[in-house]
Ligand binder design. Structure first.
Ligand code: RP5
Length: 298
């Protein structure tokens, strides 16, 4: 199950305010439910810049504080029997970061990218990295005659995009990795749930979806692994992901699948890859990487 379906019944809609062409999402002033971040100018993002006046807003959503299975305890108030093993695989919770070893300051992980204007965990469950996956399912756009659609001499790529119910942003159908689960299983699960609505399918349909997804996800290319510029990030909790591309060169496999939005996705479609898109978090960067790798139109 993805993060949003766990929390969306409790939270109001997230507000992603975009006021510049290139924003640093994790410093957007409005967080959620009227919570505002301490404004951090570009030249004060780095922890190496001394800034005694910095007073990040301390915010952890009540749904996180209630201690569901996907969240840590409030380690600032509760001392667990075994302290968390940061920068390690801690039982079945992966606390390692793709960015290398992160610092622990006053007992808490420190965002490796810099200040965000908020401390605590915000809407995220884990102190430190919160691991997700992003399946980029792609094919070539084709005309009625089956020929590839070209733009400025290059073929046009299409990928499966979902509309997130929380921010109403278009996004790759990604999701959180449950403790003990693997990247490859989560990639299949999230795609099935969000882009093919496997959660509401009958047992028979579920089997069919599973067979299609297994077929689609036979071979993938890693596009990115690391920090995500997600609006939920704080000074102590942040998103990391592994983005994988599953490309159907001939279109013969992916043409068979029936897209249907499910779980926390409000809509789903084959979307043309383009530099003009506005996608959630760092997703446009991932799409650009796939486009460059496949020499597609941009
Ligand atoms: C982003 O959040 C990741 O790139 C991934 O797409 C997504 C996972 O969170 P949920 O969709 O489960 O909320 O940072």
């Amino acid at each position: 199950m993805s993060f949003l379906s766990r929390i969306s019944s409790i939270t109001g809609p997230l507000i992603a305010v975009r006021h510049m062409a290139k924003v640093n999402n994790c410093r957007l002033f409005n967080y959620q439910d009227g919570v505002k971040r301490f404004p951090v100018p570009e030249d004060k993002v780095s922890w190496s810049v001394d800034w005694p006046e910095y007073q990040p807003v301390d915010h952890t959503h009540p749904a996180v504080l209630r201690g569901p299975v996907w969240a840590d305890l409030d380690f600032r108030k509760v001392t667990p029997d075994t302290p968390p093993k940061y920068n390690e695989l801690d039982g079945n919770v992966d606390r390692k970061s793709y960015s290398g070893t992160y610092e622990i300051v006053n007992g808490l992980p420190r965002n490796p990218i810099g200040r965000t204007g908020m401390c605590g965990r915000g809407l995220l469950g884990r102190w430190g990295p919160n691991h997700a996956v992003d399946p980029i399912v792609s094919r070539w756009k084709r005309g009625e005659d089956g020929a590839k659609t070209m733009m400025e001499g290059k073929p046009v790529l299409e990928f499966v995009a979902i509309m997130r119910n929380d921010t109403r942003d278009w996004a790759i159908p990604g999701g959180m990795i449950d403790p003990g689960d693997t990247v490859s299983r989560t990639l299949r699960k999230e795609f099935g749930e969000e882009a093919m609505n496997s959660l509401e399918a009958t047992e028979e349909e579920k089997k069919e979806i599973e067979a299609h997804v297994n077929d689609l996800f036979k071979a993938g290319d890693e596009v990115y692994s690391g920090y995500v510029d997600d609006i939920r990030n704080t000074d102590n909790s942040w998103m990391e992901t592994v983005a994988m591309n599953f490309h159907d060169e001939t279109g013969s496999t992916f043409n068979k699948i029936k897209l249907k939005a499910g779980d926390d996705a409000g809509d789903v479609c084959w979307m043309e890859a383009s530099s003009k898109l506005n996608l959630y978090a760092s997703h446009l960067d991932f799409i650009e990487t796939v486009v460059k790798q496949r020499n597609a139109a941009w």
